[in-house]
Ligand binder design. Structure first.
Ligand SMILES: Cc1cc2nc3c(=O)[nH]c(=O)nc-3n(C[C@H](O)[C@H](O)[C@H](O)COP(=O)(O)OP(=O)(O)OC[C@H]3O[C@@H](n4cnc5c(N)ncnc54)[C@H](O)[C@@H]3O)c2cc1C
Length: 434
């Protein structure tokens, strides 16, 4: 038995055994063997969740080897992909076919099924999270059966399992609605928070992908306005290599790591560091393949909590967060990330029938995040905040019932599919009940 640790280093477990099945039959066999041996089962992707969602003391099922494209229909953009495929591999495979994901989050390390299962999203007011780009799933349920579902066939399973928290079965294949490959013109520039909030609708609605990073203890933000070019438009040029190394590797990762270390040891340095950092990143514009613009390298390890709130609540949430930081004396070196997404219809998606703003708070990995994250949770609670399933939160099933109107349907399905809680763990007990 060896110890498994997630990316952040804040969650670990000792699975009794690790299985690495390839193909749906082997996945089904893992499930039936575990049931026979009285062991619990937990599929795992890239371990990039901050919550205890992926922990198990039973059989850890890595889908790493169950990877690659199954079929591509270039005309419709429908692509069948094995569930363990990492997003960076998927992006390269799609690119070679002249296709791309319509939207992505800000890293590409996750597996397809891992990213979907927690409701991973990017930014863009007219684009839903990844679950909204799924057309069909193949899933091995705890009884070892293989089921295919989409909007017509087994629609309840489809609506529940797209953001399924790993609670309903092991997803083995995903059919994605992809788009013709496209490039993005990215414009990044510093701005003043109050001014951006005054014109928020203009920023969010007049741009394909808008996001911003607010430097706590300052009124400064770094804004990102991304414009999608028409497929085939090859205008614009990528960042020069030196600029990429300076901004993305040195400032955003190397120096940032050092300043986080300093701020965590000597918290009074946080304010001056943030004041300098918020001005160090200068404006830049570049154009590149969509997936290269969406994803950035992240080498500084941190813990994170993220909540979706109705878009109109965003200014209040940020003002209250600012007041909390002032009042509590909490010192935060990490920018607060703010994004937007369109509604979707996956039952456990943060975007279920609601257009959201996403507010993500972070602390350096060695800093105890409890005071900050608790203060943040209290603020978003008053705005019907829905937690990202893969990022730290303390909500339990009773509160989640109020936030997710279809949660009772998911619980009914879970009772049907997994009465013995073969896929259970402590996190699922917290959010779905025993
Ligand atoms: C640096 C960093 C940046 C991030 N950026 C973003 C972002 O931009 N947007 C965003 O929304 N989130 C973001 N996240 C969160 C991340 O996308 C999610 O936590 C995601 O679930 C991680 O994918 P994974 O492959 O690591 O899944 P894991 O953490 O390994 O697993 C997550 C869940 O998926 C389940 N699972 C895995 N494979 C299967 C399967 N085959 N069938 C059924 N269930 C399965 C697991 O059991 C577990 O419940 C970020 C995380 C990090 C560390």
């Amino acid at each position: 038995m060896s110890t498994w640790t997630n990316w952040s280093g804040n969650q670990s477990c000792r699975p009794a055994r690790v299985a690495t099945p390839v193909g749906v039959d082997e996945v089904a066999q893992v499930m039936t063997d575990a049931a026979r041996d009285g062991m619990r089962v937990k599929p795992i992707g890239a371990g990039h969740s901050f919550t205890a969602i992926g922990l198990t003391d039973g059989v850890q099922v890595s889908l790493d080897a169950h990877s690659g494209l199954v079929a591509v229909d270039r005309a419709s953009g429908r692509v069948r992909v094995r569930s363990g495929t990492r997003l960076f591999d998927l992006n390269a495979l799609l690119d070679a076919q002249g296709l791309a994901m319509a939207n992505l989050g800000d890293i590409d390390r996750q597996s397809v099924a891992g990213a979907l299962s927690t409701g991973t999203h990017g930014t863009g007011a007219t684009l839903p999270g990844l679950a909204g780009l799924v057309e069909a799933l193949e899933i091995v349920t705890p009884d070892g059966r293989v089921r295919r579902c989409d909007r017509e066939q087994d629609p309840d399973l489809f609506h529940a399992a797209r953001v399924g928290l790993g609670a309903l079965g092991i997803v083995t294949e995903v059919t994605l609605a992809c788009v013709p490959a496209f490039r993005i013109e990215a414009r990044e520039e510093p701005a003043v928070l109050g001014a951006v909030l005054t014109d928020l609708d203009e920023h969010v609605d007049a741009h394909d992908h808008f996001e911003m990073f607010w430097f706590p203890h300052t009124d400064r933000v770094l804004t990102k306005h991304n414009r999608r070019l028409a497929p085939g438009d090859t205008s614009g040029s990528a960042l020069p290599r030196w600029r990429y190394l300076l901004d993305d590797q040195l400032l955003a990762n190397g120096l940032f790591e050092l300043s986080c270390r300093l701020a965590s040891r000597v918290p009074v340095t946080t304010l001056p560091i943030n004041a300098v950092a918020s001005r160090a990143l200068s404006a830049r514009t570049y154009t590149d393949r969509s997936h290269r613009v969406f994803a950035s390298p992240r080498t500084v390890r941190f813990t994170e909590s993220e909540y979706a709130v109705p878009r109109a609540a965003l200014p209040d949430v940020l003002r209250e967060l600012d007041r909390f930081l002032e009042r509590s004396g909490e010192r935060v070196a990490f920018p607060v990330e703010i994004r937007f997404a369109a509604p979707d219809d996956a039952w456990l998606s943060t975007g279920y029938e609601r257009a959201n703003a996403y507010v993500a708070v972070h602390h350096y990995r060695t800093v105890d995040p409890r005071r900050y994250f608790t203060g943040f949770e209290q603020i978003v609670a008053a705005h019907d905040g829905r937690p990202h399933w893969g990022k730290m939160h303390t909500l339990g099933v009773e509160r989640l019932r109020e936030l997710y109107p279809r949660l009772p349907d998911v619980l009914r399905l879970r009772d049907e599919l997994d009465p013995d809680r073969l896929l259970g763990n402590d996190y699922l007990t917290q959010v779905l009940g025993a």
